[in-house]
Design a protein around this ligand. Structure first.
Ligand code: SF4
Ligand code: SF4
Ligand code: SF4
Length: 166
């Protein structure tokens, strides 16, 4: 089994790869590295099969496999403090410049696949339309990302609205 990087290693910059989207209820990244025991109970619990394991043995959301329903089966399955229902899910979608619609190709696929109605379009000149993603409506489920034909949806972390416990 891969060893978990320590908090000290994280602080020394030895764990500086792009942040992965951890399952709902995850502690902040440093604390998550410390708390997760790599048991993979969350992986097995996810009914959507969207929790993968990264190169360090830590679980992450793999939106190429499906979208999150926020059923919290993963959070409930965690016997440690790595996942807790007290923490907000802080990931939100963001549209990248490779979006077809931004480049004059008609596409509204992401809008059609967003149950939260978080995506709208602003018409631009030259037949282009700018997708506009409302962070307050988006819940970070990944449905749009899964549906986008060119992988133009990325995810970023927002600041917590309430104080996180970790
Ligand atoms: S909340 Fe449910 S669907 Fe989402 S990652 Fe956890 S188990 Fe899977
Ligand atoms: S689905 Fe992808 S390519 Fe199509 S409008 Fe949305 S972000 Fe752009
Ligand atoms: S992540 Fe989910 S809620 Fe947010 S825009 Fe995409 S489909 Fe809608």
């Amino acid at each position: 089994m891969t060893s978990t990087p320590s908090r000290r290693a994280f602080l020394r910059g030895q764990v500086n790869e792009t942040l992965r989207q951890r399952p709902p209820g995850a502690a902040a990244e440093m604390a998550f590295h410390d708390a997760c025991q790599q048991c993979e109970d969350c992986v097995e619990a996810c009914p959507e099969g969207i929790i993968g394991v990264d190169e360090k043995g830590l679980p992450f959301l793999d939106y190429t496999k499906g979208a999150c329903t926020f059923c919290h089966a993963c959070t409930d399955a965690c016997s440690y403090d790595a996942l807790s229902p007290e923490r907000e899910f802080l990931w939100r979608g963001a549209v990248e410049p490779s979006c077809l619609s931004m480049n004059g190709v008609n596409c509204r696929t992401c809008e059609d696949h967003c149950d939260e109605r978080a995506i709208g379009f602003q018409l631009q000149t030259g037949g282009r339309a700018q997708p506009v993603l409302d962070e307050d409506l988006c819940n970070g489920c990944g449905g749009c990302s899964l549906a986008c034909p060119v992988g133009a949806i990325s995810f970023k972390q927002i600041k917590p609205k309430t104080e996180a416990r970790s």
